[in-house]
Design a protein around this ligand. Sequence first.
Ligand code: C2E
Ligand code: CA
Ligand code: CA
Length: 515
Amino acid sequence: MSRIQPTRPQIEVIAWLAIFLLLFCLSWGLHWHERLDEFIDNHDDYPLDHALLALNISGFLGLIYSALRISDLSREVNRRLQAEKNVDWIACHDTLTELPNRRFLDSVCAQAMSDQRTQEAYAAFSIDLDGFKKINDLLGHDHGDAVLKAVAQRLSSLFPRDRVFRLGGDEFVVLARRTGNVDFAALGERIVSVISKPVTFNGVAVDLGASVGFALCPENGDDLSQAIRHSDCAMYVAKKQGRNLVKPFVSSMQDELAKRIRVEADLRAAIKNAEIVPYYQPLVDLKTNKIIGFEALARWRTASGEFIPPSEFIPVAEEAGLIVDLTDQLLRHACTDALSWPSDLVLSFNLSPIQLSDRLLGLRILKILGDVGLPAHRIELEVTESAIIQDAVTARIVLDDLVNAGVRIALDDFGTGYSSLSQLSSYRFDKIKIDRSFVASFETDEKQDKVIKAIIALGAGLGVTITAEGIEEESQRQRLQDLGCDIGQGYLLGRPAPAERLAADQVSARISQLR
Ligand code: C2E
Ligand code: CA
Ligand code: CA
């Protein structure tokens, strides 16, 4: 990339050659050799032959020395040039995949800015691998590196190598030249399909996916770097909507991204200022009508007094990598609250699906319990089936750590996902929570009624406690009680309430005052 400048040794060699040539021409032009012959003839008595011979020999030796010196110098010059080239290459390439890097891309953008024609010639594709983190975490960095190299090769088979960039991590950008009538959505699909083929390393094949966003220059950006920012924005939207999706940039995506950035910043601040607190909803024994514990439900009350529901901020916390801090904070808070409850009440606490792929989760939870002084048997963790299916190996390790320490595990939202019987038999669940969508309609929908009956029978067979969520009507409570459901939860039995109200209204007075 840098222009080649002559080095100092090169200039010296050229200068000496020029002096030598000048002297030679001068002596030739002034007929020095003839004068020298004349001088020798006139001075026979001087030993000039010997002197001249000595002069010739030393001149010859000087010539050899100069030749050797010149070859040394040119070797040194070449070595330096090569070193400079290497430094340039390393600065502009990713050493793992050997693809051009972000710096190279910046220089391409800068060049495109100064050249109007290049600006119009590209479509930018932003590519982010789906499931890469899991490969890295579960199979190690060597496997992750092999995946990145394979992706680089596959992209280079579709596009010229100097137009495929690795920006870091599992993010790639491709600049496709716009010649003819190209269907860019179809090109995006091709990118997804070449990346999605399994990658085999050390005999283990892993499935990969990719989220792709694209933007056209100049339609979607005044210059190439803006088009890349927009393709990035489209990729982010594709990623949010699922795996292996291709999205073209549309201007409304920017508003969505801006909103998400705002929510993320607010959430970060809210966690820092401990503005998100647990509310508690009672879990009621349907046979005795007694509260047996509370489910902690996160509540974010903003400075303006507005409540943001967990369905909005939990996914943002998961995506922004804030869920670990948020969970630790909420769990510590909830365990501290639970310490002041009667000792037979359990605390039920929700875990996000992605948390079950964190091997250290179990140890972190047990540390919090230890710090606060809440016995492990007083806590129940609610997990969903999707959490277990996403990463079964790690989920088992985490759940085993917890179960062995005496923590109870509840399967949340049962009936809405896979409802897999093999999951039920292979994990040691203490409780199954029937999703509230069944409770909402089982009185009028015979099929839902049968499903609820079957789940209750399954619970009885497996020795697992069954909880029904979302009980809003007395008739629902009565029917569930008649069917033999163990525990109920819902607005009829108690709405989620802050810890202060709980102490006064619920824990001390128990269910008799609640209903
Ligand atoms: P979930 O675990 O299924 O929690 C039950 C949800 O149903 C709660 O919504 C609760 O307020 C609501 N609910 C309870 N009884 C009734 C009822 O009778 N009728 C109706 N219509 N709704 C009822 P919420 O608090 O908005 O929480 C929504 C979801 O957010 C939770 O669903 C849970 O998956 C998640 N969540 C809440 N807190 C946390 C948390 O601290 N950590 C994590 N990871 N997720 C949480
Ligand atoms: Ca729950
Ligand atoms: Ca639930």
